[in-house]
Design a binder for this molecule. Structure first.
Ligand code: SF4
Ligand code: SF4
Length: 248
C-alpha cells in the first residue's frame, strides 16, 4: 500500500473508533470486568481483553496504533500539542494501575467459582455504553483521563502511564517473541539510513527510532506498529513486515 494512503487509512480507523467510543466504552471497562467477575459473569470487557491478548500473539500492539479509540483521541490531541515524552521514565506507571486491578480480577473470578455465564453487552443499553447520564459522565471522565495527560505531558502520555489494555498486548507480544512465530514487526536496514531523524519525529510513542535502528534494537514494548516511521522515512530504511524470527 502507498505509504501516504496507509497513514490516512490508519488515522481514519482511529477516528472512526474514537467516534464509536460512546458505544464501545464499556467493552474496555476495567470496573465492569470486576463487577461481572464478582457475579460470575464474563463481561464484554473481559472477552475483549482476552481477544486483544490473542491478537498480540500475531499483531503485537497494532490495536493501539490502528484501532484504539483513546489512541485516536490522543493522536488528534497531538496536533495541538505534540511534544515527545520521556517514555522510559514513565512507562512503568501503567503497571501500578494494571497489576492490582488484574490481581483483583483473578481473585474475584476464583471467589465466584469461575464464570458461570457470558454476557457480552453487560450493563449496556442494547449494546450501547453511554446511553444514560451516568454513562455520559463516565465517557467524559475517561476521555479527560487520556486527553489531559496528552496536553500536559505529551504524545500518547496515557498509553505509557495509564492504559490498562496495553499490558495485555505487551504480554501477548512477549509470548510471541519467546516462541518467534510469524508476526507483524518493524524491520530496518541501518546501512541505508541517512540519519535524518524524520522517523523519530514521526513516532507517536516518542521512540528514538533512528537511534534504535543504529543500535540494532527496533523491538520495544512501546512500539504500536503504526508504521508512521516507515512511511515517513525518505530512504525506505524501515518497513512493517510479517515474518518469523526473534525481534530485531
Ligand atoms: S517505532 Fe515506528 S511503528 Fe513503532 S510506534 Fe514508533 S512510529 Fe510507530
Ligand atoms: S527516517 Fe529513515 S533515513 Fe531518516 S533517520 Fe529514520 S531510518 Fe534513517
Amino acid at each position: 500500500m502507498n505509504t501516504k494512503i496507509r497513514q490516512k487509512v490508519r488515522r481514519g480507523m482511529l477516528t472512526v473508533s474514537l467516534l464509536l467510543l460512546p458505544v464501545t466504552l464499556y467493552y474496555f471497562s476495567p470496573a465492569l470486568s470486576l463487577q461481572g467477575a464478582a457475579a460470575g459473569v464474563a463481561t464484554g470487557s473481559v472477552l475483549v481483553f482476552a481477544g486483544l491478548f490473542l491478537s498480540a500473539l500475531f499483531l503485537g500492539r497494532a490495536f493501539c496504533g490502528w484501532a484504539c479509540p483513546l489512541g485516536g483521541l490522543q493522536e488528534h490531541t497531538a496536533r495541538l500539542q505534540g511534544r515527545p515524552v520521556a517514555r522510559r521514565r514513565i512507562r512503568w506507571i501503567k503497571y501500578l494501575v494494571w497489576g492490582p486491578w488484574f490481581l483483583m480480577l483473578v481473585y474475584l473470578i476464583l471467589q465466584a467459582g469461575g464464570f458461570r455465564r457470558v454476557q457480552f453487552s453487560y450493563q449496556t443499553w442494547h449494546g450501547i455504553s453511554a446511553a444514560d447520564p451516568q454513562g455520559l459522565v463516565i465517557l467524559l471522565a475517561v476521555a479527560a483521563l487520556f486527553f489531559l495527560p496528552a496536553v500536559l505531558v505529551g504524545r500518547r502520555a496515557s498509553c505509557h502511564t495509564l492504559c490498562w489494555v496495553a499490558p495485555f498486548l505487551i504480554a501477548g507480544r512477549a509470548v510471541r517473541n519467546f516462541l518467534a512465530w510469524p508476526a507483524l514487526r518493524l524491520s530496518g536496514q541501518a546501512r541505508t539510513c541517512r540519519r535524518c531523524g524524520i522517523c523519530t519525529g514521526a513516532c507517536p510513542m516518542s521512540i528514538d527510532v533512528q537511534e534504535s535502528l543504529r543500535a540494532g534494537g527496533l523491538e520495544t514494548t512501546d512500539c504500536i506498529l503504526c508504521g508512521s516511521c516507515a512511511d515517513a522515512c525518505p530512504s525506505g530504511s524501515l518497513r512493517l513486515v510479517f515474518h518469523e524470527g526473534r525481534p530485531q
